[in-house]
Design a protein around this ligand. Sequence first.
Ligand SMILES: NC(=O)c1ccc[n+]([C@@H]2O[C@H](COP(=O)([O-])OP(=O)(O)OC[C@H]3O[C@@H](n4cnc5c(N)ncnc54)[C@H](OP(=O)(O)O)[C@@H]3O)[C@@H](O)[C@H]2O)c1
Length: 502
Amino acid sequence: MIAKTARPADPCSLVIFGASGDLTHRLLVPALYNLGVAGLLPDAFALVGVARSESSSERFREDLAKSLPKFATRKIDNAVVEKLLACVAYVQGGPDDPQTYDKIAQELARIERERKTGGNRLFYLATPPAGFVPIGCHLGESGLAREADGAWRRIIIEKPFGTDLASARALNRKLLGILKEDQIFRIDHYLGKETVQNILVLRFANGLFEPIWNRNHIDHVQITVAEALTVGRRGSYYDATGALRDMVPNHLFQLLSLVAMEPPSRFAADAVRAAKAELLDAVQLETRDEALRNAVRAQYVEGAIDNRAVEAYRATRDVAPDSTTETYVALKLMIDNWRWAGVPFYLRTGKALRTKLTEVAIKFKQAPVAMFRDTPIENLTQNFLVLGIQPNECIGLEFSAKVPGPTISIGGVGMTFKYEDYFEAAPSTGYETLIYDCMIGDAILYPRADGIEAGWHVVQPFMDAWRDAGGHGLATYRAGSDGPSQADRLLAQDGRRWRAIA
Ligand SMILES: NC(=O)c1ccc[n+]([C@@H]2O[C@H](COP(=O)([O-])OP(=O)(O)OC[C@H]3O[C@@H](n4cnc5c(N)ncnc54)[C@H](OP(=O)(O)O)[C@@H]3O)[C@@H](O)[C@H]2O)c1
């Protein structure tokens, strides 16, 4: 994480594969610009774009100069743009073609001579997953990623990291055959969000929470990542993926592990990553029958979001008209360890929901109500600690208070801390900290191989059960709603209720 006294990153070259794509233009280059504005990019820096599309270094630079103002999250400072684009090169070539890597080697040799980047190289694999193995293998075979003479060589790999347990294991095995674990940075951009990083600080820098952060005081936890967006133009990717694969083993499990992990012994990459992996390893593995009982999957049908008509998922371009891919998933998970035994964790995520909302809500146990036995229990406010991540970055506490008046009457009240009231944070893309951390070799925000595999291990029984069930048990929900009624029943059978998506 970027410290207050952060220094500029090490001199280096950044080689982006998939440089003609959306991620590079919309997020990565604007993130580099923001690092430049913050004085965190090294003076000796070079950017090399690699893709199959026809272009040249000159055209790529012009292309970035045009797209940057469009996607920048901060006011454009021409001096910073000029400095950032001062050393931009483009290598045209396919991921399977050895000549591509010869050309990259030539460019890097020139850059390292002229710019004195010290031979440090960061390779960012911003391609679809089909590119990960061929590019990784060629970087290994060509020697481009071999560390020598004190220079570091690191690789950032985009998500999705595998499509199931077997493929994630195979990808890890392949990469670890070429590179050392400390050269591999598997990115999950959720961890670039300040509010997600703050979960660690909230839990471990405040003496207040840790004593009550366990099964004695916590009734259950709800983790919600709701999107109001539809599948849009990503039909072919999404139909082969679904909500579970797209969101749960990565983003939702990052939130789950930060909220539920044991305190790491040190605030250092290996200790934090080990604690997170250990937590995921403690999630109870479900049999297929249990998986069917403890999960809800659903698809949106036509509806309206913000008064805008939304077509049904199955009517989306590049989606099979009889698709059984879920656009919504809700899971009940249990964690088999001393801290969390008996505390359900309910996770839900979906597309085309009423609004965009990411939050972790921790529900504390009910107080003994003997004193208020005349007050119906549903009138007592449930004690929720809510960590708001999107769109409101906040921490809220909901509790009961006496309504003023001669009788004892109880009302629900809340206290909310909003980040914007205390801190001035310049709008960012979410990639700044992650790229900077990789450049300084800090992997604290990057999941390790064991953490990734532990996540897939947990979701595999759900995927297997649904594959066998086909369309059977697939629920529907109206676009613009809070999700399917079956998800409400998942909690109702435990005497609980989801918080509204609002
Ligand atoms: N865009 C986002 O907001 C976002 C957010 C989070 C994660 N990601 C991840 O980032 C990666 C890139 O996403 P994107 O949205 O930028 O995708 P994109 O625009 O479709 O693709 C990026 C570029 O990769 C190249 N490419 C396509 N297929 C390839 C292959 N088989 N091997 C090597 N290169 C290939 C293409 O360039 P050429 O045809 O010119 O070679 C394309 O311009 C994906 O893994 C995605 O899951 C994206």
